[in-house]
Design a protein around this ligand. Sequence first.
Ligand code: SAH
Ligand code: SF4
Ligand code: F3S
Length: 435
Amino acid sequence: MTTPKKLFIKTYGCQMNVYDSERMAEAMGGQGYVETKSADDADMILLNTCHIREKAAEKVYSELGRLKPLKAKNPDLKIGVAGCVAQAEGEEIMRRQPAVDLVVGPQSYHRLPAMEERLRMGKTALDTDFPEEDKFEHLKSRPKAKRAPAAFLTVQEGCDKFCAFCVVPYTRGAEVSRPADRVLEEARDLVERGVREVTLLGQNVNAYHGHEGGLSGLIRALAKVDGLERIRYTTSHPNDMEDDLIAAHADVPELMPYLHLPVQSGSDRILKRMNRSHTAESYLRLIERIREARPDIIMSGDFIVGFPEETDADFEATMELVRQVKYGYAYSFKYSTRPGTPAAERPLVDPDVADDRLQRLQALITDHQHEIQRSMVGRDVSVLIERAGREAGQMLGKSEYLHSVHVENCDAAIGEIARVRIVEAKTNSLTAQLL
Ligand code: SAH
Ligand code: SF4
Ligand code: F3S
């Protein structure tokens, strides 16, 4: 028997990359590769990259610089770059770092096996097409290995929204939805392998149109899959929150009370310049309606501070919106210029001013986050047990609200859903007792 070759994948960026990395590992399994947790003993290294902010892209080049000397130790080592930097920069990557053997975009990684064969012949390989064929059709057979209880499932890719700051429409291409029967098939397969919760992924997941009724139709169909206990979805755009999707939060018990709904700014002037096509007011109305459907829902969001020409008053409008919504989680970023996007040509905010705004916004968000966590103490929640904790008898999992929960003296097994009472709120997690 030949010894399997070892594949090391390092994943950057969003959950869609996490999902893609799993699928790449499976595709390479067919080429005789098994995954390894360290780059040092790998025969192939793949960096699955993110291009969303300048720093994210630069990280890739510094990592490639660190990996290059490994080739001196193992002359057969192949280094590949996948993901959104691969899509955005293509050949340029090999020019900047000649140690790179392979560049593959997010829409063409089903061709990895053929590309790996090229490498074996001593060639390099580059593929950043947006092919006509559906990559998921070519990646059909996932091995039947046991899985952790919570899994990602990509249902939609790409984006047609063209926010003025964002590279995603260029790196991931136009919006496409996977057919519902394929998604359902994959979900059933995941359940057979131990999965109890799926998070449906898409750059604009609520623009999904692969099922009658869109995303809510798909959610309603998935809720009928035996053994699938929990459904989440991310990331959503406010303009695609259709009435029936809001209704699903009220009447589909499997749909978890947590929603990531980025708004980016609370200033209408900035929203307009961002090409967001919604206002602060319409967003707040929408949240009101979502909370009417599901009063205990926890909201999450994304913000950009220091967008070109953002004034103090614009930033105050963002702070005010955050005070009104009170997010359970929120991610805020300093604006980063992305070449090729419309906003790249516009005058920047002073970086010190942007830093100061970012700190103030993050402090406010953290206050709310802790307040919401503290308000959970004394409440009974359900926890999907995902793994054993560090202390004896302790198990870890996520509540329906996506809080990390340590359950003390827990005899529930991995994959079970335990009813617990929250007894303590720590900075990043909650502690609970079984009921
Ligand atoms: N599809 C998702 C977002 C994907 S990018 C959506 O529409 O919400 C994730 C987040 O990164 C965005 O919500 C935004 O807050 C941030 N982001 C995107 N481009 C950025 C840029 N040029 N600079 C700073 N943050 C950015
Ligand atoms: Fe980027 Fe906007 Fe599309 Fe989100 S909706 S991926 S922020 S262009
Ligand atoms: Fe990054 Fe691409 Fe995701 S740019 S955020 S990895 S879609």
